[in-house]
Design a protein around this ligand. Structure first.
Ligand SMILES: Cc1ncc(COP(=O)(O)O)c(C=O)c1O
Length: 385
């Protein structure tokens, strides 16, 4: 979308660190603080921001111990203005809609996208249209969308049907589509990674674990990590690890099969935010996994709810989809450690200027493999069948 290579030398840690704590827009936003890496040539007048981002990173040893990890940080994206990371994407997408002079925006949603779309559209003075799967959306999320003034349409069909429908409506009536197919949304969501790296003083962890539904974040995370690496802002690339619910696991099935085919499933899980059987960002997520030597894992609804109970009891709290990372993270990292990746090597400043899919895949160096932050699985995991 923009030429990250041309950015080389123009941004540094100081560029972004100097903006921390900014009171004024756009840099008070955890998305627009990284404007050069999100949407460099967008004139500031078009930016629609609450502001969003600046969410906390929690390190809670008892959660790490429960999962069987040495160290664990949880990025609480529920601290965004409408309650999810979708705000980071919407500030990008709705700003672009404003730049294009669009009057109406739309999405299909499992809930959080609609709340964010409705809020940002209202802020920008645009009409909002949302397609939901009937009876499958948390009431609070639906209430938010209605309160912000979105037109909400419930359909008899699954999320994937709603997705097809909204695409057809947008094409027919000139409405701007703001599902994570939209690249400006993914550019905004990259800021989760930028912010995490900044919070960790630009020292990357071994693994980044993310829930996988429509796979927008999985894709955005891979792109963000590669860009940071190529700009020399991080010295190595963490492995992106995607956790799916066992009843909504097309990426897991593809991964297990070496990505020979592109499976779809009829999704069934109580983690409604990731209840998606035909993710629109499948191909981009596969690319992110390949770039970073990533891993995919699946977890049952029972495991998700057990993990959620732990996160809630720690005083942090989250919805089921988010708890999947605690449920499957340790298992996925262990599995990944058993399948070492080919490591990225070489001086990041001298990364070659070709496209990211030609990122150098160099021979495995055992000493560059992430070995830390893992120990034997915790007792509760061993007890499972
Ligand atoms: C809380 C939460 N987690 C995970 C997801 C899935 O994210 P993605 O579609 O980027 O895979 C969503 C999407 O709605 C969500 O709201």
């Amino acid at each position: 979308m923009h030429d990250i290579e041309a950015m080389g030398g123009r941004v540094s840690h100081a560029t972004f660190d100097d903006r921390l704590g900014a009171r004024d827009r756009p840099y008070s936003s955890g998305v627009w603080r990284f404007k050069e890496l999100v949407y460099p040539d967008l004139p500031e007048a078009y930016i629609v921001t609450r502001p969003e981002g600046n969410t906390n990173l929690y390190e809670i040893p008892r959660l790490a111990a429960w999962a069987g990890l040495e160290r664990l940080h949880l990025k609480h994206e529920g601290e965004n203005p409408t309650g999810s990371f979708k705000d980071r994407g919407m500030t990008g997408g709705v700003s672009q809609a404003r730049r294009l002079g669009m009057e109406r925006v739309a999405c299909a949603s499992t809930g959080n996208t609609s709340a964010a779309l409705a809020a940002y559209a209202a802020l920008a003075g645009m009409g909002a249209l949302v397609f939901f799967q009937k009876g499958q959306v948390a009431l609070g999320k639906l209430a938010q969308s209605i309160a912000y003034g979105a037109t909400c349409v419930q359909i008899d069909g699954d999320f994937d049907t709603a997705m097809r429908l909204v695409q057809a409506v947008c094409a027919e009536f000139g409405v701007y589509l703001l599902n994570s197919l939209n690249p400006f949304r993914l550019e905004g969501q990259k800021s989760i990674i930028f912010e995490v790296m900044q919070q960790l003083h630009w020292q990357p962890p071994d693994w980044i674990v993310v829930p996988g539904g429509n796979l927008g974040n999985s894709s955005a995370f891979g792109k963000a990590l590669l860009e940071l690496y190529r700009l020399g802002l991080i010295s190595r690339v963490p492995r992106v690890t995607v956790i799916q619910a066992a009843g909504a696991n097309p990426l897991f099935l593809g991964y297990r099969d070496g990505f020979k085919a592109r499976p779809t499933v009829t999704a069934q899980t109580l983690a409604t935010a990731i209840k998606i059987g035909a993710p629109v960002n499948y191909a981009k997520a596969v690319r992110a996994l390949r770039w970073t030597g990533g891993v995919v894992e699946q977890v049952s609804d029972q495991e998700i709810m057990d993990a959620k109970a732990q996160i809630d009891a720690a005083g942090v709290g989250c919805e089921p989809a988010s708890a999947s990372v605690l449920a499957g993270g340790a298992q996925a990292c262990q599995h990944g450690r058993d399948r070492p990746r080919r490591a990225c090597r070489g001086h990041p400043h001298r990364a070659r200027p070709e496209g990211p899919d030609r990122h150098p895949r160099l021979p495995h160096r055992p000493d560059s493999e992430p070995q830390g932050h893992l120990r034997q699985p915790a007792a509760h995991r061993r007890a499972r069948p």
